[in-house]
Design a protein around this ligand. Structure first.
Ligand SMILES: Nc1ncnc2c1ncn2[C@@H]1O[C@H](COP(=O)(O)OP(=O)(O)OP(=O)(O)O)[C@@H](O)[C@H]1O
Ligand SMILES: [Mg+2]
Length: 249
């Protein structure tokens, strides 16, 4: 009986140590660092100002986690590693780190060249660099603070938009019609440049308005295809159809 209680206490002690250790290390361990591949060089002199104050958690998807600058103007997005395929203990202890999503980094890199206006991307830093980039402080959704060495991190900077799913319901009929026309033009434009959207529906969470102009905020699902650039009509029709399906719901 005495032994059983001792085992139970030891188990609870270890479990709570693991829990605290994991909670403290969760964010930095899940982000992408030290990518060696060559990508576009980083150029964004305003970064120094943006990172003077902590960046606050804004949102998270399957591929990335977004933080907002204190002036509310910019979003700094870091790339999440894939979840490791390992047993629960290895996962808990982060013995086996998740793998880097090189495909997503490459998509942002390509989109930065071709879709700057459509995505309001202002800078990409996708591989580690020796450039003197300041560190930044991130505040996660529980207000835990982390220091991140931006020289080693893969991240992008984008203008902050108001997500379409939040703003659209509050618009009147005329405003909706106006925005809907602009979204259709955006979708046509992206497809005409040769980009295929891999989503199987119009995902409002991935679009936003910046100064009343729609942008695509999530470039993780858009892939450049030569064939689509040569003949974009099918892709345009598909995206317009997805949009109408959502818009007439
Ligand atoms: N530029 C932005 N302006 C406003 N909110 C943003 C911006 N970028 C990201 N967000 C918020 O962060 C969330 C996650 O960003 P994003 O969609 O890029 O991540 P993801 O992991 O690629 O998503 P998914 O799971 O759809 O692949 C968005 O749904 C949105 O709420
Ligand atoms: Mg998304």
């Amino acid at each position: 009986m005495k032994h059983k209680s001792l085992y139970l206490i030891a188990f609870l002690l270890i479990a709570s140590i693991l829990f605290v250790y994991n909670a403290k290390n969760y964010l930095p361990k899940s982000l992408t660092f030290d990518v060696k591949k060559e990508f576009e060089p980083f150029c964004f002199p305003q970064l120094e100002n943006i990172v003077k104050k902590p960046l606050k958690y804004l949102g998270q998807g399957m591929q990335s986690i977004a933080f907002i600058s204190s002036d509310g103007e910019y979003v700094v997005k870091f790339f999440l590693k894939k979840k490791p395929k390992a047993n629960w203990l290895a996962k808990m202890l982060y013995l086996k780190p998740g793998s880097i999503r090189y495909d997503i980094l490459a998509r942002y890199n390509k989109a930065y060249k071709d879709l700057k206006q459509e995505s309001a991307l202002v800078a990409v830093h996708l591989c580690s660099s020796t450039q003197p980039i300041p560190s930044c402080t991130l505040l996660d959704k529980y207000d835990n603070e982390y220091q991140v060495d931006l020289c080693r991190a893969s991240f992008i900077i984008q203008k902050r938009g108001i997500p379409l799913n939040k703003i659209y319901p509050s618009l009147n009929e005329e405003e909706r019609l106006n925005i809907a026309n602009k979204i259709k033009a955006l979708l046509k434009n992206i497809a005409s440049k040769g980009y295929k959207n891999m989503s199987s529906h119009f995902n409002t969470e991935n679009y936003a308005l910046v100064n009343d102009e729609p942008i695509i905020i999530d470039l993780g699902n858009v892939v450049f295809c030569k064939e689509i650039k040569q003949n974009p009509s099918k892709e345009i029709d598909k995206m317009l159809c997805y949009f109408e399906q959502w818009n007439t719901k």
